[in-house]
Design a protein around this ligand. Structure first.
Ligand code: GCU
Length: 360
């Protein structure tokens, strides 16, 4: 029963309790917030783009990384923001080579793009811009703030706590998903210092493993007004109770650094609809792809329906599963929405178009 989470009196305590359960059982907590965040803005030759050099001061030392900001042309008032981590990050979106390659980053990128050992290379430049359609975002009035997840915490089971943000936290009782969630909150810290951004309208967006991180970030950070988790799958929006696609055991074995270090999967009492409910009363958008069975599109829909009780809905208020398994279907009970599209595991311009329809 998640109904208590939506009522203002009970919300704070109930949410903290659920969040602690997810931290204890699965992801580990988030590292402590930094003491200060400072940003240096450097214009780039690409239209409307700036490199943001970010310095975070922690109790242990200073961590430096970067992100890219794309502001729409017309800004007579502060604009809403799409904020997220991406696999290749800004270099995958920018067409110029003006944004430096981070030699310390380790990221999963498509093998056909020729980046060995998870390093960022020139061959990745501009290769994934379809995932972050800046023009479309600008047409809807949104700015974009994007960073490479592997610069914050290398996506590598040996390096993940040897460099990046984990080095500045003790104890290291969290996994990489918690570090990436923390990074999303740091991007929001950065955005909060930018006069062009309307911080009351921030959407955190992530695909796949970064959709898991966006959901987990939203459980901690109320500044996220909307979370859009695309194909987030196991340990994201897909419930363990629906036995389709990846299991937590498979995820832990393939990516031992993602969950908390000593995770005991036999003692898990939570499931992912409860994670989704931690975004209540804010907006939540979930997108799936028909062929992406590994990420369990139907179980994900059921998790959203179950989570919607936190917003005061009943699961039966939603169309049933047979009805949504139709191209172009977009069931929505504000501020919740879902779509499933044809095709496989990816973040596509059509996912964004449907997301903006939901937002509007
Ligand atoms: C693998 C992994 C998934 C993850 C995906 C991705 O398929 O098993 O859990 O979501 O990679 O991040 O692309």
């Amino acid at each position: 029963d998640l109904s208590g989470i939506g009522s203002p009196e009970a919300a704070r305590a109930a949410k903290a309790g659920w969040r602690d359960r997810f931290a204890n059982e699965l992801y580990g907590p988030l590292p402590e917030p930094p003491l200060s965040v400072s940003t240096l803005r450097q214009p780039l030759p690409d239209q409307g783009a700036e490199r943001l050099v970010i310095e975070l001061e922690t109790r242990i030392g200073k961590f430096r990384t970067d992100a890219c900001l794309w502001l729409p042309d017309t800004q007579d008032k502060p604009v809403p923001l799409i904020c997220g981590l991406d696999f290749a990050g800004p270099i995958g979106v920018l067409s110029s080579d003006s944004f430096p390659l981070d030699p310390t980053a380790r990221a999963y990128t498509r093998p056909d793009l020729g980046a060995p050992d998870g390093r960022l290379t020139d061959s990745l430049r501009g290769a994934t811009s379809y995932r972050w359609p800046v023009d479309l975002m600008h047409r809807h009035g949104y700015a974009l703030l994007l960073s490479c997840y592997g610069s914050w915490t290398p996506d590598d089971p040996h390096l993940w706590n040897q460099q990046g943000v984990a080095v500045f936290a003790t104890p290291q009782d969290f996994g990489a998903i918690s570090c990436w969630a923390w990074a999303i909150s740091r991007l929001i810290d950065v955005a909060s210092g930018l006069p062009e951004i309307d911080t009351s309208r921030i959407a955190a967006v992530g695909h796949s493993r970064l959709g898991k991180a966006a959901l987990w970030a939203s459980a901690w950070d109320d500044r996220i007004g909307t979370v859009f988790a695309n194909n987030s799958g196991c340990a994201g929006a897909a419930p363990q109770a629906h036995p389709v696609g990846e299991t937590l055991e498979q995820l832990r074995d393939a990516y031992p650094h993602w969950l908390r270090p000593d995770v005991d999967l036999s003692s898990i009492t939570t499931d992912q609809h409860q994670l989704l409910a931690l975004t209540c009363p804010r907006a939540l958008y979930i997108a799936c792809a028909e062929d992406d069975i590994w990420a369990d599109p139907l179980g994900t829909y059921e998790a959203l329906r179950a989570a919607s009780t936190a917003w005061g809905y009943d699961p039966t208020d939603w169309p049933n599963v047979e009805e949504i398994w139709q191209p172009g279907t977009q069931p929505s009970l504000p501020p919740l929405g879902y779509h499933i599209r044809p095709g496989g595991h990816d973040l596509l311009p059509c996912d964004w178009r449907q997301f903006f329809e939901f937002l509007n």
